[in-house]
Design a protein around this ligand. Structure first.
Ligand code: R5P
Length: 296
């Protein structure tokens, strides 16, 4: 009988509970607190001797706190008799710093990966990580795609055969997967971002949205700048209705409201980053993929 159990990290309580019940795993209990000076404390409350664990914890904001909690959970597990630690990271922080864009920069995502491995992670599953370069920071990782759950949502929401647009050429593979799953076509926008100021500008790429229901899909929405620029371009080309989708919805400040004001008809945002805007769960994608990979 498998001794696999699950630790549901504080940043992924909703998603973790769903994974736990879909996979039928017993939870390892723990307590955590913050000392008055800000340091974090974690303690496992169950004996983990000889146990294998799935540890699920998003590195959503506040990233440093959630990373430190993950590191402590892994270390507590491995140094108290736990066996194999399989980590599920719904949102991988720092994944956009996946190379040295300017001289003098670190490759921050590889540093985060090294810390997680140093804590004792044996293997890592990343949900729609920003790039393959980011995933390569880990020695042993698998990637989880969420195309199926997003396609099911759009197929039952009147967007079957919709036109699917990537707001950036690099985001085209994700848009293509969704387009294929709902029987639609794909387009993409050419985006440029000033590396010093972060200012985004979008110019036409391969785009033909006139009169069509359009899904604009990206991996991350942070400030909303990318998506708002893309909506402006799509509207200038007479897209009939624009639904925005993202896997990781961070929505800094009033980004959500600004995207709606820019002309989105709806925003789909998953529970890899748990916010009040999360309206679709990727638990099914996680459990299915981990079964396929033999983790469950
Ligand atoms: C960048 O390469 C990512 O894929 C997203 O497009 C980006 O992080 C979105 O950021 P923001 O919402 O601040 O434009």
């Amino acid at each position: 009988m498998s001794s696999l159990k699950i630790i549901v990290g504080p940043a992924s309580t909703g998603l973790g509970e769903k994974v736990c019940s879909l996979a039928g795993l017993e939870k390892i209990r723990f307590s955590f607190k913050q000392f008055p000076d800000g340091e974090l404390y974690v303690r496992l409350l169950d004996d983990v001797t000889g146990v294998d664990a799935l540890i699920i914890q998003s590195l959503s904001p506040p990233q440093e706190r959630n990373l430190m909690l993950l590191l402590q959970l892994i270390s507590a597990f491995k140094t108290n008799g736990g066996r194999e630690a399989s980590i599920v990271i719904p949102y991988m922080a720092y994944a956009r710093q996946d190379k040295r864009f300017l001289p003098g920069e670190p490759v921050s995502t590889h540093l985060v990966a090294k810390l997680i491995e140093a804590a004792g992670a044996d293997r890592v599953a990343l949900v729609e990580v920003h790039s393959d370069a980011a995933a390569k920071g880990f020695r042993n990782s698998v990637q989880i795609e969420v195309t199926r759950s997003f396609a099911e949502y759009y197929s039952r929401s009147g967007f079957e055969k919709a036109y699917v647009v990537a707001p950036d050429r690099n985001a085209t593979p994700r848009a293509s997967r969704l387009a294929e799953a709902i029987g639609g076509e794909v387009g993409w926008i050419e985006k440029t971002r000033n590396k010093e100021t972060g200012f985004v500008s979008s110019i036409e790429g391969e785009l033909n949205p006139a009169g069509r229901k359009t899904i604009l899909i990206d991996d991350i929405i942070s400030t909303g700048g990318t998506i708002i620029e893309a909506i402006r371009l799509l509207r200038s080309k007479n897209a009939s209705e624009i639904s925005v989708a993202c896997v990781h919805g961070i929505f800094v400040g009033n980004a959500y409201e600004r995207i709606m004001e820019a002309g989105a008809s709806s925003i789909l945002s998953s529970d890899t980053v748990e916010t009040r805007y999360s309206n679709i769960s990727v638990a099914g994608d996680i459990v299915r993929t981990l079964r396929e990979k033999g983790w469950l």
